[in-house]
Design a protein around this ligand. Structure first.
Ligand code: K1U
Ligand code: ZN
Length: 180
């Protein structure tokens, strides 16, 4: 498994719409393994393939707490089938928008369909942090970032904060990064 560099704003790739995957092949499983390793190293609780520069509809996630056993989850070609009207706020962050946390309201429950690591189709409801995180990650597949939901002023401030942080740490690759 390889830790890949995570793209950060304003990289234009983060605005791309990702393409569906034809099938869950060994090549896709290697991508998912690398994404998971990259996400754990960051650290984060979710990652979309576009965040490591691959414009395909693949997401990894692990919502286990620090004391819990790891619980990796893999989503290929995820779709939201249904959402409830009720929304829930969450103080979201994004590895592609480092150091910025803002409260975003999203539907509190969503019904999902996706292919898992073995290529098996799964349909289930997500709620709580699972619902928040899968919606955040599925936004990445459409080229949308959580800061796109902010007012223009808040978004400008968020981007300025990232730019300032990047000035002092221009490259934030993982410790096992094999690209530099
Ligand atoms: O960049 C990403 O898409 C990952 C992002 C996922 C996310 C977080 C919060 C709400 C919605 C989606 C992150 O993982 S940001 C880092 C983070 O939340 C975290 C890091 C270490 C421990 C616990 C959480
Ligand atoms: Zn993100």
């Amino acid at each position: 498994m390889t830790i890949r560099p995570i793209l950060t704003v304003p990289n234009p790739l983060l605005k791309e719409v990702s393409k569906p995957v034809d099938a869950v092949t060994d090549e896709i499983r290697v991508l998912m393994d690398d994404m998971l390793e990259t996400m754990y190293d960051a650290p984060g609780i979710g990652l979309a393939a576009i965040q490591i520069g691959k414009p395909v509809r693949v997401i990894v996630m692990d919502l286990a707490g620090p004391e819990d056993e790891p619980n990796p989850q893999y989503f290929v070609n995820p779709e939201i089938l249904e959402t409830v009207e009720e929304t829930a706020p969450y103080d979201e962050g994004c590895l592609s928008v480092p150091q910025v946390y803002e409260t975003i309201d999203r539907p509190s429950r969503v019904r999902l369909k996706y292919l898992n690591y073995d290529g098996k189709e799964v349909e289930e409801w997500a709620e709580g942090l699972y619902a928040t995180c899968i919606q955040h990650e599925m936004d990445h597949l459409e080229g949308t970032l959580f800061i796109d939901y902010l007012s223009r002023l808040k978004k400008t401030r968020a981007l300025a904060k990232v730019k300032k942080a990047q000035k002092f740490a221009p490259v934030a690759h993982g410790s096992d990064c094999d690209c530099c």
